[in-house]
Design a protein around this ligand. Structure first.
Ligand code: COA
Length: 152
């Protein structure tokens, strides 16, 4: 699928709809938009996906938000976005790219590992501490944040 990926200049409703798929907190999304670089992926004139890349420490960047429009998921777009983020991180001169996801996010854990990420650490009860509502995915309670990294 031919994607055209461009840096986002401003946040509109269509962009927020995608970003909030990955993180229900608008406050957190807004903070990432201020601190990071947001990239939009288009298929023709349709906004298909988005990701936000953030410099977190010297030589380290993190994909802090990544999402594909629901009707376009499972077609390989997410994988292309992760691969594009890896290339951008290399271009920024980073040594490491990181990403975090929930213990119950089976698809995401599969995708990131297929893109070369390895598990680094587990932040136990992260989602219990930071989110008011209980989250269930794939019949599993989302409690722990799994941190993954890829050496560039
Ligand atoms: N279980 C396990 N693996 C699955 C799967 C499933 N249900 N569905 C797809 N995969 C695999 C695919 O087989 C594919 O691997 P392959 O290329 O070897 O076949 C790989 O995952 C990538 O799939 P892809 O189609 O590129 O992913 P996507 O376009 O659906 O995007 C997300 C992935 C996570 C970005 C997308 O599902 C999304 O926006 N989810 C909501 C927001 C979100 O959760 N963001 C991440 C927060 S950490």
């Amino acid at each position: 699928m031919q994607l055209s990926i461009q840096k986002a200049k401003e946040a509109n409703q269509a962009l927020y709809e995608l970003l909030l798929l990955a993180d229900p907190s608008k406050e957190i999304v807004d903070e990432y938009l201020v601190r990071g670089e947001c990239y939009k992926a288009w298929i023709g004139s349709e906004l298909a996906g988005v990701y936000v890349l953030l410099k977190t420490r010297p030589q380290t960047v993190e994909i802090v938000n990544i999402a594909v429009k629901e009707s376009m998921q499972n077609k390989g777009i997410g994988k292309q976005l992760v691969q594009d983020a890896i290339e951008k991180a290399r271009g920024w001169g980073a040594d490491t790219i990181e990403i975090g996801t929930g213990n119950s996010s089976i698809h995401q854990l599969s995708l990131y590992q297929k893109c070369g990420f390895r598990m680094q650490a587990i932040d136990h009860d992260f989602f219990i501490r930071h989110y008011e509502e209980e989250i269930f995915e794939n019949g599993i309670q989302c409690r722990d944040m799994v941190r993954l990294y890829l050496d560039l």
